[in-house]
Every structure is written in C-alpha cells, then in structure tokens.
Design a protein around this ligand. Structure first.
Ligand code: PBG
Length: 324
C-alpha cells in the first residue's frame, strides 16, 4: 500500500464520495428516548444538570410521547419517581404505581410507540439502593422476587419490553419465569447486562431522585476495570432468556460494546448515560464544543462499536437532524 499509488484522500474529496463509502450509519430506527415520570398534573420540572430534560407528569408525558412518535423514534424507556418511597420500594410493584399508570395512559393514547419500562427499585426505596437492604448490603434473592413482581405489573399495564437495570444475579431468569407463567411470554427482556458502577450516572440520580443515602452501588454494579466479566454477565443474561443485552455507559465502554457484538449474535443496546449527555451540553453552553456535531459523532461512534440500539437523551435532537 504505497504512496503515491494509494491516495486515500481521493475518496474524501467531496460529500458525494464520502456518502458513497461511509461504513456506519445512524438511523432514527435505532434510537430510544429515556423519560422521567412524576406525580401531578401539568408538571414539567427541568433537571438542572440535564438541559433539555424534564420530569413530566403523566398528562405531559403523553404529549411528549406523541411528539417522539411523530419524529419516527420507535421507543421510549420510562423511569418512575413516586411520591412515597419506603424501605422495600413498594410503589414499584403496586398495581397502581406511577409506571403502571403511565404505561396505560400512553398505550391508550399513542399508537405505534414501544413503551419500555426500566425495572429497578432505586427510585422507589427511601435509602436509594436498587433492592432490599439487609445488614447494610442489597440482598440478592429477595430483591429478585420484588423485581419480578415489578416487571409483571409493568407487563400487565401493557409495557412492550421490560428492562431490568438493577444488576442482581439471576434477575432475568426470575423475570422471565413470572412473565411466562402469567401469559406474557411475548414480552421481551432488554437486560442491562453489563452495567458498570459509574460516576457518569450523577445527573440521572438528580433526575430520578435515586442517590443512595449511604454507601454506593459497587457491590452490585460492575467494576469499571473489568471487560471479561462483562462478557460473562452478558452470557448469563442470554442463557436466562434476555432478548437484547445492553452495555452501559456507552462512550467510556466502546470496547465492550465491540466485544459483546463480536462474541454474541444478538441485538446489542448501549446507553449514552446522563453524564455523557451533561458533558456535551455543558461544553456546548460554554461555546467550547459544537453540540450538534459532537452529539452526532458520539452516536455514530457508539454505532461503529457495534450497538444496534442507542438509548440517548439526544434522541429527539438526533431524529430532527437525521430528517433534515
Ligand atoms: C437505575 C438506573 C440508573 C440509570 C439507569 N437506570 C442509575 C443508577 O444505576 O444509579 C442511569 C442512567 C443515566 O445515567 O442516564 N438503576
């Protein structure tokens, strides 16, 4: 491959050449918008650390979902913030919990939009941990039972896909079993399979009011140093019946998106998390980065690494850009 015979610049000379040889494409079909639901009427509470993102009451959520659908985005993922939190997160698995009501409202009023529900307890417990705390740590097996009940409540309300984000061992199995028993064998599971204990979740915890009141999540979420373990987690979740596996966060873990996609022939999702979004927004607000370009470049990089699906707070902005 010797110069001057080979001149790679020939195919970069203008946009038509570049379009023709472009290897990776981003499409609106691949985007999922995360949304935060709160109690009340006509509530739009902007999240300070996530410009452009707000907590929404159910009536406003329905309006937002219509707009998302009209932009061609195929799915949203819902996070619920209840008024009342307790030790065991009981609002999470109450038939009339915030997510159950939100799903019913969207399903009644917005066609052609998939509603994915995040299944976890951290937004519902008063201590902010993702499960039942026993002797200062999250107890795995009793938590899995509650997560399964939460998933069932979501499925009964009409959720199209269940997304457990808690990182308990065996939870995909527990959720799959109860869904099948109760006749929801057609509801797929998108598992947060390789979810790291990451400081990039900071702004989300403000949005979801889910900061742990003591300690941190390192006894259940993965150590940032571990790649092989991420593959083992993914393999276990697939064995337990996960339909789609997710790597989270995205940009700092592109190597794992790549490894997961190369190792397993299944749909892979990646979550561009709150901190990734906040960094770009903050730099753009300071005039330090071009927001649109950095947004598209980061989404494209996540695609190039192997993600088939991207959960991102930029979904609407990206969809608009992709249209124009
Ligand atoms: C709940 C959950 C979290 C995120 C998604 N689901 C927070 C956490 O684990 O603390 C983070 C998403 C984001 O940062 O955008 N367990």
């Amino acid at each position: 491959m010797e110069f001057p015979i080979h001149r790679p610049r020939r195919l970069r000379r203008n946009e038509n050449f570049r379009r023709m040889v472009r290897e990776t494409r981003l499409s609106v079909d691949q985007l999922v918008l995360p949304l935060f639901v709160v109690e009340g009427q006509n509530v739009v509470n902007p999240v300070g650390s996530m410009p452009g993102v707000s907590q929404l009451s159910i009536d406003r959520l329905v309006v937002e979902c219509r707009e998302v659908r009209d932009l061609g985005i195929p799915a949203v993922i819902l996070f619920g913030i209840p008024d009342n939190k307790d030790e065991n997160g009981s609002e999470a698995y109450s038939e009339n919990g915030i997510i159950a009501r939100a799903v019913r409202a969207i399903k009644a009023e917005v066609e052609d939009l998939l509603v994915i529900t995040d299944v976890c307890l951290c937004e519902y417990t008063d201590h902010g941990h993702c499960g039942v705390v026993v002797d200062g740590d999250v107890d795995n097996d009793s938590t899995v039972e509650l997560l399964a009940r939460e998933a069932l409540v979501h499925a009964r309300a009409g959720a199209d896909m269940i997304a457990p984000s808690d990182m308990m061992d065996g939870r995909v199995d527990g959720i799959r079993e109860i869904l099948d028993e109760e006749g929801y064998d057609n509801v797929p599971i998108l598992s947060y399979a390789a979810k790291f204990a990451s400081s990039f979740y900071g702004p989300f915890r403000e949005a979801a009011e889910s900061t742990p009141q003591f300690g941190d999540r390192r006894s259940y979420q993965m150590d940032a140093a571990n790649g092989d373990e991420a593959l083992r987690e993914v393999e276990m979740d697939l064995d337990e019946g996960a339909d789609i596996v997710m790597v989270k966060p995205a940009l700092a873990y592109l190597d794992l998106i790549w490894r997961v996609k190369q190792s397993f022939e299944v749909p892979v999702a990646a979550y561009q998390v709150s901190g990734e979004y906040a960094m770009i927004k903050a730099a753009a607000q300071n005039g330090w980065l071009d927001e649109e370009r950095v947004m598209m470049e980061s989404l494209l990089a996540i695609r190039r690494a192997g993600a088939d699906i991207i959960l991102t707070y930029f979904a609407k902005d990206a969809a608009r850009l992709l249209r124009s």
